[in-house]
Write a protein that binds this ligand. Structure first.
Ligand code: DQA
Length: 153
């Protein structure tokens, strides 16, 4: 069985395609997930995607990825990235256990409002990709696949 990569989308990302279109674009979350499933297959991984609007849901999704023996986590924490120490701590726990984690953002958060410049989650990840729209996820998945290895390790 192909090793698993767990994709976690945080709050409001279910609205992609109709949410502040000039900022976030017209691509829907379903489109992004389809692309990631197919890219994941090409890279030798099974991809499973979840979305949650609450901090607890995102924390539980991180735990679930660990419990499921995932080979890595690709996460867009949405606004939680800017203030959620609970999400950061959950990521830190799985990162310390050896799971690679890539954080992505569609927009270049560093070029937006000042409160978006702080990413409290970033230090608890292997690396980040920001600012490339839906391609942030694809670049992140490629980087993660390189770290996770296709042997499940
Ligand atoms: C986002 C950036 C966040 O600041 C924002 O709260 C989001 C989306 C992005 O992907 O660009 O919900 O994570």
């Amino acid at each position: 069985m192909a090793p698993l990569i767990w994709i976690i989308h945080g709050p409001n990302l279910n609205l992609l395609g109709r949410r502040e279109v000039p900022i976030y674009g017209k691509t829907t979350l379903a489109d992004i997930n389809h692309r990631l499933e197919s890219l994941g297959r090409d890279l030798g991984f099974e991809v499973r995607a979840t979305q949650g609007d609450g901090e607890g849901e995102v924390v539980r999704a991180i735990h679930a990825a660990w419990d499921a023996g995932a080979a890595g986590i690709l996460i867009n924490p949405g606004a939680l990235a800017h203030y959620s120490y609970a999400v950061r701590d959950a990521l830190a726990a799985v990162l310390a256990a050896g799971l690679p984690i890539v954080e992505v953002h569609l927009t270049n958060v560093h070029a937006r409002e000042e409160w978006r410049h702080t990413l409290v989650t970033a230090p608890a990840t292997t690396g980040q990709v920001v600012g490339f729209g839906p391609a942030s996820y694809e670049l992140g998945l490629r980087a993660l696949a390189g770290r996770a290895g296709s042997d499940g390790g």
